[in-house]
Design a protein around this ligand. Sequence first.
Ligand code: UDP
Length: 245
Amino acid sequence: MAEGAPLFILDVRVDTVTFEQALARIQSFIADGRPHQIVTVNPEFVMTAQADHEFRRIINNAALSLPDGIGVWWASRRLGRPLPERVAGVDLVERLAVLSATQGYRLYFLGAMPGVAEQAVAVMRTRHPDMVVAGIYAGSPRPEDEDDIVARIHAQQPHVLFVAFGAPAQDHWIARNLEQLGVPVCMGVGGTFDYIAGIRPLAPTVLRRLGLEWLYRLITQPWRWRRMLALPRFAWRVLWCQRPD
Ligand code: UDP
């Protein structure tokens, strides 16, 4: 299936790619060697980008803007431009670990609470023993720590950098430092290390397939209810403010 033109949901770009096409694009970025930013767009991203125009600019200029989150998939159908499938960041991290083991891609894990990324890497190593880890560092998104973190990562010359500082901080951080990092693939991954490490539960596959991950999150992380209000606000805006193509 050929890639279609990008879809714009409330002026936020989402690329109409399948999981395999996304992976092929990522491999082409690595082969190219120049730095590329990848964002994983969900309804919270779209709503944050309505007020945070720099965040919207980052998403719209990213090398790849992936349709993460069932809400984005739903909106694409509503707008008459159905996305082929959902491309979840957590699934991409896992597949890049497989490619790391076979192709030698060097992976760097930045962010999450101290010890969590180490734990996530240990779990991934049980599945992919030959995965190549260029570095692991909790760090912080604080501007005063930026130069030190960029120097650490640059010294290890990774092919892929996963940044888990939460959105939109991680995506701003990558955009600010992309050129100095010189890493071919830099991707914000949100709570992915927490899920892989097992300190936050990932929704069971059956619920993910049914598009009910948001309900599982609401039940298992009820303190996120305020953030999750972005979902009905998103649905409302898509229904009433954007005409189908
Ligand atoms: N995080 C961090 N430093 C910060 C803020 C957040 O390392 O200053 C980490 C946090 O520990 C978690 C990740 O960012 O591992 C993403 O958190 P969030 O709950 O925002 O995840 P999302 O909902 O975006 O998946």
